[in-house]
Write a protein that binds this ligand. Sequence first.
Ligand code: CA
Length: 661
Amino acid sequence: MIKHLSISYVLTLLSMMTIAQIRDLDSYPVYEGSDLGLTYAKDRSVFVLWSPPAEEAEVIFYDSGTGGDPKRRESLRRDVQGTWRAELMEDLSGTFYVFRVRINGKWSAEVPDPYARAVGTNGKRGLVADPTKADPSGWENDKAIFSTRKSGNPNDAIIYELHVRDASIDPSSGILHKGKYMGLAETGTRNKAGLSTGLDHIRDLGVTHVHLLPVFDFSSVDESRPDTPAYNWGYDPLNYNAPEGSYATRADDGLTRVRELKTMIQAMHQQGLKVVMDVVYNHTMSASTSSFNQLVPGYFYRQDAKGDFSNATACGNETASERPMVRKFILESAVHWMMDYHMDGFRFDLMGVHDIKTMNIISSELRKLRPDMLLYGEGWTAGACPLPDSLRALKANASKLDGIAVFSDDIRDGIKGSVFEHADRGFVSGKSGMEQSIRFGIVASTRHDQVDYTKVNYSKAPYASSPGQTITYCECHDNHVLRDKLALSCPDADESTLKEMHRLALLIVLTSQGIPFLHAGTEMLRTKHGVENSFESGDGVNAIDWDMKTKNEDLFRFVRTILYMRRAHPSFRMTSSADIQKNIRFLDTQDGVVAYTINGGAVGDTWKKILVVLNGSGSSQQVPSPKGKWKVFVSNNRTVKNVHAGDSIMIKPHAGSVFFQ
Ligand code: CA
């Protein structure tokens, strides 16, 4: 996540707490029940709110999600462990509700229930609803269907990172429900040339997991004006447990939001795709005015030495996952998305803000219910954090995380250059001295005796104890997309050279160990027209142009074939650091070249031996050919079928080849 709106920052001054007050927060009782928020039944609605400092608490009802006068107020009665409770013995279905509390004689603002599972327009109020009414037909039978891709091994995953609106909003998508959840539930959609788009395209490509940028209710897009184009990535959380409304055909109807998101997930599952949700528990859009802070001032956020909100997220606040009720909230929220929406994985934004203990509790609790949950996150923060580094889920602590992977910026920038220095190049664009960073990435940041750690760009030691702890990638929604980064850093390169670099970059990602991750559209040379941080740049920059698939069909077919190769050959998906150390041997090669063999036979591969040769330099290179008669699968960035039996291999500039025996 990149820094976005931070108007909340100016409000933080209003919320400074004294050290004594902060100490009070840690003495609050912990609620052990599992019924926070609303429990609805036809004959009763039970509201439970946790607010230890409150002197009084109310639930207030409205007829609609915005505007109008309250139609009723009910007091909550003080209950155990800091909770407040109201049980109303009637059918309140269709009513909207908010909470408020009185602390030190002052009433808070009216705010939505932090646990609200359905909300109205712009997430202002929760909806009392029968959750089963929002299930699409056949939902009870929904599950991710796997055939050849079935496995709980995280290294078998191939992730495709996608923004809901980007996928369909462009006219070239041929999709009816443009920019909506339902657009990604459509099948049979085609571009002008008749090539598949949207969901069909993703299925055809052969990835295993669709990673969705935020689909929880975020703040920045005005849901009350659906006909006015508005855009945001969505890293500005408002209601964690309810779906975003701007992707629904009706934002005002809380149940339509739920039903349509579930319909999209169901459609993906029906195509054999699993779904990963990008979750942003590290901060909220606003701190002082958030539901959390209005109901329990200070508790959900960390404070700095002065008592102000600390700001490791560069968004004006950071949540305090180490506090038990915050930890409980995050865990229960993740369980909710996994159980109610059948999410198959989570990507934790700025995971380095969260404490390791919370992450490991999430991992173990989710996996008790779903052993194959895919969990990964950004092992860094965007600013200084008051909680010590040793306690947080940072990349350097990846080996302490239980079944949670971290993004490898080492290979990301090793491949194409620093995301922060626009002119910087990487291995594929001919920068010298990047060979060890590429080796480090190929072995998925695990220990390997042929990696010279002193020459790796960022990490001077391996941080993963198994390849399942590393996300292998070269681009994501943040920073320039691969296409733009290459163009920007290689202003003298012609179009065909840039395309070779692009192919080589994707070939490296998809042949390396770890969990490969693709940014949607890279398989058709997606561009964001040079915009680096497109979080609110609108459709003109962000929308996927499906006619690019026609122009770059060769690239699409190449990526599809490499994905097939990866799925078919366990050599590229080894499951232990020991296997990688034993079975991958790098060859001594000249600068600009990385070459290695994989002993496939040792890991049950039908390819007994594999040779990967990668030439990032701008000139052709000769590499001595290891003994034996090699069959060729990829020759100089092209998939081919022939046999190679010479003494040496010639690799073209910015190209890679894959051989096997
Ligand atoms: Ca919203």
